[in-house]
Design a protein around this ligand. Structure first.
Ligand code: HT7
Ligand code: ZN
Length: 854
């Protein structure tokens, strides 16, 4: 397979200002007629090259005349054209019901829908399927009126009618030029939850959330989130919606979370459907975040799109940053930041230190679908956040206004975005640009010295960016570090907060006449996505966890304290449980913290995160150390957990930040009660499971029971399964909870679940729920006999035949072999080699597996 390089970018040889598509829809055989108005892009003699995948041209016409001088270059259709502007028509036939890749036009739950990003449009019709070809679309769909009563596409509906043979048609027109990856159509038997939104300039937008009729009662939360998002984007970024219609359709089979097609977003149903009985608070928050994310793409992605796929973070990093801001404004900004940083550390940091590490703006790829990564999305968002921090809120808003203004209606680059930041901020971001080109998570060492007796304090900072594949030597980056000093005796701040730009290999900062011994609070709010190594003692960390005025820094100090203890335990050193117990007790007894923050602050780091700190991951040692600390906390603070558990048990379910916080803390308290080994823990959890009037409480009880095992666990699993039989999204939770279990037999349980009648690799949500969750269960997946590796490889090989994209996304746990002992590393590599050797392997899985072996 050939590698695509960023440096090879050339503007399109032919533009396509207009496209008319005519679909004769049928799941088994859909006819697609495309009429492209094409214009030569400059003085060249190139023929028109149209991308295709799995397509056979049934007819080609130029300016209304059938031609046969076209030829195929691989999968591309090449048409010689004499003049500078022509009308080119093609006709193909496709079979949506045999499309298991879920790219292009496919069937889901009896309906038809599309997914075109990144390169799915070429599976529908011949077209220059690249994001810098911007086209106005007119779409006509004809279909059986009973099977497919609803026909939707981008833009505005412009006509519809009945046909004599029981078929009907609809026509849609999208006045905004767009790249082919934003094309969408949906045909199906769907019900709609309608609403309206009046924009700040007074236009009334018709909103619709389309789902199967039985799911209609579960769509209010998403509709509400959509309205909030529309208002937020006007208020915070000055962005108004631009069409008269905004539709969202939920489908069960989807490779990703959702898709921002212009005026017709298509969603994985897990990010739309919610009611208290079936969705957790986490699900509710995720729905609001994804609805907002896709809506925000209307400006950051659709009005301004990407010149090429190397610029993917231009739209994704910025849009994640925007959705994070939206979610922060809906509840607690501190808790949201904690969640986002935890996510970054769980998915992006390991990516950045492993074989699949790549810059936020990659230089080359084999398969673009493999680059929808945590680096592009989440690290990309951190880059925007750092620029916002450096510029300050007013200049940042001026810079985004400038960007939206200047590049509206174009396909832009990351460089264009940074240049707007520079211009509006009046600053030079030359060195900052390294964040786009250098992979790897920078490490910052910080050490603070103080001359006793009110003397000078000296802070020494140094940075190091580790080597990553293809980038052995790194330059120093610009690291914006928010920091402050606190007095160890008084607990009072000794300095104002300052923003230090660490842009050299090292830097020394001197604070004169510091009255008492200072304690360093650094990278407050996680102002830079780096790893900080400091010489702060456990006592200083405990102090900060109680006194820091930045809630994120307070959380971070506690995490570091816990992490140091866990690492010591995993290495077989003496682990100071008492220090952690005292710090947690102080946090729980503290006066002014909200429930959700408390829940985050007292939660101990995951086994994976502990593993990330070790030179060689010892899954069993980490598990033992972590269970020991959980038990110590559970036992020593037993009264407090009981009291909190009772205090947070509430009356009837409500959905509010306060109620959500209580439920979260209740789940954490239950976990500690169980960890203490309390004899009534299983009873307590089972009672909660039975009495719960919402999925958050039911799910937290189920997880606790699944970790405890025993008859109550089996009873709860059975009741859960029976109660939700037929509800795919909830059954995903049933599979996932078992795959995440900390019990010894999880590997065998997961293998058995893969043979369960409700398990299927054809549905990406189900595959992710079992296979994906198992891959991040550090101890179970890394069983010393290699059974976890073998299981994953078997599943990926099978899944690759159906859905290569989803298979490739689930591969990374096998690529972590360098982090393990030689025996495990050999076993993992053997499985990777087995995958690479499979005849007919997809480009997607081949790229991930072969890079993981390097
Ligand atoms: N921009 C969307 C990306 C996406 C996608 C990518 C590859 C394969 C399938 C996909 N479905 C959606 C989602 C987003 O970031 O908003
Ligand atoms: Zn996105």
């Amino acid at each position: 397979p050939s590698v695509i390089h960023r440096a090879d970018y050339r503007p399109p040889a032919w533009r396509v200002p207009e496209l008319a598509l005519d679909f004769d829809l049928d799941p088994a055989a859909t006819r697609v007629r495309a009429t492209l108005s094409v214009e030569r892009g400059g003085a060249h003699g190139e023929p028109l090259r149209l991308d295709g995948e799995g397509l056979t041209p049934l007819a080609v016409r130029v300016d209304g005349v059938a031609v046969n001088d076209w030829w195929m270059e691989g999968e591309r259709l090449v048409v010689p054209l004499a003049g500078d502007a022509h009308r080119v028509e093609t006709e193909v036939e496709i079979a949506p019901d045999r499309n298991t890749q879920l790219m292009g036009l496919y069937a889901s739950g009896g309906n038809l829908c599309t997914q075109c990003e990144a390169e799915g449009f070429r599976r529908i019709t011949f077209f220059p399927d690249r994001p810098d070809v911007l086209t106005v679309y007119r779409v006509r769909m004809t279909a059986d009126a009973r099977r497919f009563p609803v026909l939707l596409s981008n833009g505005d509906p412009v006509g519809q009618g009945e046909l004599p043979d029981g078929r009907h048609w609809a026509e849609w027109h999208d006045p905004f030029p767009k790249p082919s990856y934003l094309f969408a159509l949906v045909a199906g038997d769907l019900a709609v939850n309608r609403g309206t939104f009046t924009t700040r300039s007074g236009r009334v937008v018709q909103l619709g959330i389309w789902v199967r009729a039985a799911d209609l009662p579960k769509t209010d939360h998403a509709l509400h989130a959509l309205k909030l998002s529309m208002a937020w984007d006007e208020r915070v970024y000055g962005r108004e919606y631009d069409l008269d219609v905004f539709n969202i359709v939920a489908v069960d089979d989807f490779n990703f979370g959702a898709m921002e097609n212009k005026g017709l977003n298509i969603f994985n149903s897990r990010y739309i459907l919610a009611d208290p009985d079936t969705a957790t608070d986490y699900d509710y928050d995720a729905i609001a975040a994804v609805v907002a994310h896709e809506y925000f793409h209307n400006w950051s992605g659709n009005r301004i799109t990407c010149r090429d796929w190397f610029q993917l973070s231009l739209k994704e990093g910025f849009t994640v940053y925007r959705d994070q801001g939206f979610s922060a404004d809906q509840g607690s900004p501190a808790v949201k930041r904690i969640e986002d940083v935890r996510g970054l550390r769980a998915s992006q940091f390991p990516e950045d230190s492993g074989p699949l590490a790549h810059p936020v703006r990659p230089e080359a790829y084999l398969e673009i679908s493999n680059f929808y990564t945590a680096t592009i999305y989440n690290k990309g968002a951190e880059l925007i956040r750092m620029m916002a921090t450096i510029l300050g809120p007013q200049s940042f808003r001026a810079a985004t206004d400038l960007y939206f203004d200047r590049f509206d209606g174009t396909a832009a680059t990351c460089e264009d975005f940074v240049a707007c930041m520079e211009e509006a901020g009046g600053i030079d971001l030359s060195q900052f640009r390294l964040w786009y080109s250098q992979a790897g998570t920078p490490r910052v060492s910080a050490s603070l010295e103080h001359q006793a007796g009110g003397g000078r304090a000296t802070l020494r900072l140094a940075q190091h960016v580790p080597p990553t594949p293809g980038q052995p030597v790194k330059q120093s980056m610009v690291l914006p570090l928010r920091l402050r000093l606190f007095g160890a005796q008084t607990g009072q701040p000794l300095t104002d907060e300052q923003l230090v730009l660490l842009d050299q290999p090292s830097k020394t900062i001197v604070f004169e006449t510091v009255a008492e011994r200072p304690v360093l609070s650094i990278n407050r709010g996680f102002s830079a996505p780096v790893v900080v190594e400091s010489d702060r003692s456990p006592a200083d960390l405990a102090f900060l966890s109680a006194h820091d005025d930045d809630p994120f820094a307070r959380y971070e100090a506690m995490q570091q304290l816990m992490l140091d203890t866990l690492v010591a335990g995993a290495l077989g050193d003496a682990a100071d449980h008492q220090g952690v117990v005292d710090a947690v007790a102080r946090t729980l007894d503290g006066p002014d913290l909200d429930w959700a923050f408390l829940a985050e602050a007292v939660l101990i780091p995951s086994e994976n995160f502990v593993g990330d700190q070790l030179a060689v991951v010892d899954p069993q040692g980490i598990h033992t150390a972590r269970e020991a600390l959980r038990q110590a906390l559970g036992t020593a603070l037993a009264d407090r957990w009981r009291a909190l558990y009772d205090q947070t048990g509430q009356g009837a379910y409500t959905y509010s930040p306060e109620a959500k916080g209580k439920r979260r803390l209740r789940g954490v308290a239950l976990g500690y009660i169980a960890a203490s080994g309390a004899p009534d823990a299983a009873d307590l959890a089972f009672r909660q499971f039975e009495a719960a009037d919402n999925m958050t409480d039911r799910q937290s009880a189920l997880s606790t029971l699944v970790n405890l095992g025993g008859p109550a666990c089996q009873a709860a699993l059975d009741r859960f399964y029976t109660r939700y039989a037929g509800n795919a999204l909830v059954l995903d939770k049933w599979f996932q909870t078992q795959a995440l279990s900390s019990r010894d037999d999880t590997g065998a349980v997961v293998a058995a679940l893969a043979r369960h009648p409700d398990f299927t690799l054809a549905n990406p949500n189900r595959a992710r729920a079992l296979i994906g969750a198992f891959g991040v269960n550090q101890r179970a997946f890394n069983a010393a006999d290699g059974s976890g590796y073998r299981f994953l490889a078997d599943q990926l090989i099978a899944l690759d035949r159906l859905n290569p994209q989803t298979a490739a996304k689930l591969l990374p746990p096998l690529g972590r072999w360098r982090r393990f002992d030689a025996a495990r590393a050999d076993l993992m590599r053997a499985e990777l080699q087995r995958i690479v050797a499979v005849p007919g392997l997809s480009r997607d899985l081949y790229e991930q597996a072969s890079k993981s072996l390097e």
